[in-house]
Design a protein around this ligand. Structure first.
Ligand code: ACO
Length: 324
């Protein structure tokens, strides 16, 4: 059977770093509060004029290089983002043109907020396994700093900018869990909770982009419950026990969410790859950013069984079991 295999990873972080102490000079907060409540120490912020497609292109080039592929080899580019350059055209078509991909290749954006990368994996997997694409470039990229209210300490301390990318390729597998590639994915959404983490505007409502608003405590509560459930669901359906997982590469929202989720699953924290201290929450970019770091540091190697998970606004959530 056809499998969707990750053949290269890449990432890019903007140069500018914003520390907790920098934030304490902007709003009523402290390094101590941010570190103990979230695990975040610093985050990267895009320069003036630097856009989501700029970050996406740099991450994509590094993933293509790692995969040993040229942009012309790619059949489809997907950009998971909540902070697109424009309402339209899709950031993906800008990336397609700037990378020099084949005119006529498929390009579209995917909006599932912080779960965008996991939703993107499931989408790419469906295209590849149905024979509609042989090689897919999946990018998570965000300049979420432009969506923040920099006077709101409840939200502005949590997020950062960045991009991560993977090259996904069709390879023949045996249909067993020993295969390389995406083994099993589960996605969920529940729009009843959309007001708990939302924007104050949009193109068809206020005609502005608005700012992020969030009920942090409720988001936290749902995240821990929903993530534990979807991880258990994916492992059970794939017939894999938590002990068999080599590394969990989660969406990086809050270290306490990661710890609570790992504990519910019975996974020790040394099997959870954590980048939140240096990246903050980069929304759809956080999993591919962390994955690329894990690969380059040798924490994730070909053959390893990885568990990816995310939860975000909507609510949307999901998890994917992948053999690297
Ligand atoms: N600095 C200092 N004080 C702050 C700050 C800040 N940056 N932000 C909020 N506070 C205050 C609040 O105003 C509140 O004050 P009050 O009691 O006088 O009203 C107090 O701190 C305590 O607030 P809590 O809500 O109890 O703090 P909590 O322990 O829940 O931590 C946090 C807040 C970090 C936002 C947490 O709820 C959280 O991480 N939630 C998940 C949110 C999230 O990750 N969102 C990202 C998108 S969704 C996703 O990716 C999963």
């Amino acid at each position: 059977m056809l499998r969707t295999v990750i053949t290269g990873t890449g990432s890019y972080l903007p140069e500018k770093v914003l520390t907790n102490d920098d934030l304490a000079r902007m709003v009523d907060t402290s390094d101590e509060w941010i570190r103990t409540r979230t695990g975040i120490r610093r985050r990267h912020i895009a320069a003036d004029g630097e856009t989501t497609s700029d970050l996406a292109v740099r991450a994509a080039r590094s993933a293509l290089e790692a995969a040993g592929r040229a942009a012309a080899d790619i059949d489809m580019v997907l950009v998971a983002t909540t902070s697109p350059d424009y309402s339209f055209p899709a950031t993906a078509v800008i990336v397609q043109e700037r990378l020099g991909m084949r005119p006529g290749s498929v390009a579209f954006d995917l909006q599932a907020v912080c779960s965008g990368f996991v939703y993107g994996l499931a989408t790419a997997d469906a295209f590849i396994r149905s024979g509609q694409a042989g090689k897919v470039l999946l990018i998570g990229a965000e300049v979420i700093s432009r969506l923040l209210d920099w006077t709101d300490r409840n939200t502005c301390v949590l997020f950062g900018d960045g991009a991560g990318a993977v090259v996904l390729e069709a390879q023949e597998g045996r249909g067993a869990n020993a295969d390389r590639g995406i083994l099993h994915t589960r996605l969920h959404a529940d729009g009843r909770y959309r007001d708990l983490l939302t924007m104050t505007g949009g193109p068809a409502t206020t005609g502005t982009i608005g700012k992020v608003v969030m009920n942090g405590r409720e988001v936290f509560r749902h995240a821990v419950i929903d993530l534990a459930e979807v991880l258990e669901e994916v492992l059970r359906e794939a017939g894999v026990s938590p002990e068999e997982v080599d590394l969990m590469v989660p969406h990086q929202a809050n270290i306490r969410i990661l710890e609570a989720t790992a504990k519910k699953l019975g996974l020790p924290m040394d099997k959870v790859f954590v980048t939140i201290a240096d990246h903050g929450n980069t929304s759809a970019a956080s999993i591919p950013l962390a994955l690329d770091q894990a690969v380059r540091e040798g924490r994730a190697a070909p053959g390893d069984l990885l568990l990816l998970e995310a939860m975000g606004g909507g609510f949307t959530w999901g998890a994917s079991l992948v053999r690297l």
